[in-house]
Design a binder for this molecule. Sequence first.
Ligand code: ADP
Length: 357
Amino acid sequence: MKKRVALRRAGLFGMLRAFRDAAMALPDGLVALDGERRIRWFNTAAGSMLNIQYPQDVGAALRDAVLIPGLDAWIGSGAAEPMADVTAPANAAIHLHLRLIPYAEDHALLLVRDISQARRVEKMRRDFVANVSHELRTPLTVVHGYLEMIEPEQIPEFETIIRELRSQSRRMTQIVEDLLTLSRLDAEEKLPKTRVAMVPMVVALQRDAEGLSQGRHTISTSIEGNADLQGSAKDLYSAFSNLVSNAVRYTPVGGLIRIVWHSDANGGQLRVTDTGHGIPEAHLPRLTERFYRVSTSRSRESGGTGLGLSIVKHVLQLHDAHLQIESEVGVGSTFTCVFGANRLLSPDSPDLPTEED
Ligand code: ADP
């Protein structure tokens, strides 16, 4: 009996050792934490990525042993969402992704992944798009400039061709400009914290809609609540005017377009509603992807680049906001930019500098 127990114990120890060796060999970092979020155990990868040492740091509180700004607050808030991109404590060139996985009663496993390579590849992709767009800009300006100098009426036999060339070069220029805007937004980490006055914003959007529509639609606006936004006026204007331009372009003659800025204690919403073609539900989740269009021909005919909603999504992300889309085919669509209360500025809050442009 004693012998059998000893044999079982040896077997269990062997299994445990095998488990620990396997965890030690993982390329991802693992840190086992107790209910007080003290370090109980960690593997080699976690040691080098988080700059913690064996045996000194075993038993230490994670927040004391691992010097990552915001780590303590993240753990304290329950860490339901991962810490998406943090700099490794001992090496600023290494970027980490942290996840906290609860197990047993109140224990947790901290999973640490080195995302430096993925970030490098992503940066290469971004730089490539930015460089190509930049390189295309000058030759396109030249081609476009010469085409604008030719009067199609003076060469009747080429009139149709010249008009088509002009329209295509205009489209290419717009695509390049939109790609450059996206690259700039991609690279942007911090936004200016300026007051974005919403009354003039709505007035400017209405003017844009009227200019694009040329009297073919009824355009109305409304302002509910008196808060302004905090962020980049230029980028927010670019996002909102993309929604307004879409509403005009995808709404047949005689339709209605409504622009509403609503703010209350819960936050703010900029809504653009139209009575246009509408969008089949299956397309809604993919609309903000680059170059995604429901109908390529309709988008092209109306001068679209397929990048507008992508720009909207990026700008909103930079403002901790998101886009909501409701649409019904043949009835119309509502695009809503939803901002948290922390992004609102009441008229009497201390004034921030407004953006020059
Ligand atoms: P585009 O330049 O093609 O308009 P966007 O990124 O702005 O590109 O929009 C993506 C697609 O979403 C459009 O091609 C169109 O099919 C659809 N879409 C956007 N806004 C509307 C709208 N207000 N009504 C109907 N369809 C829309």
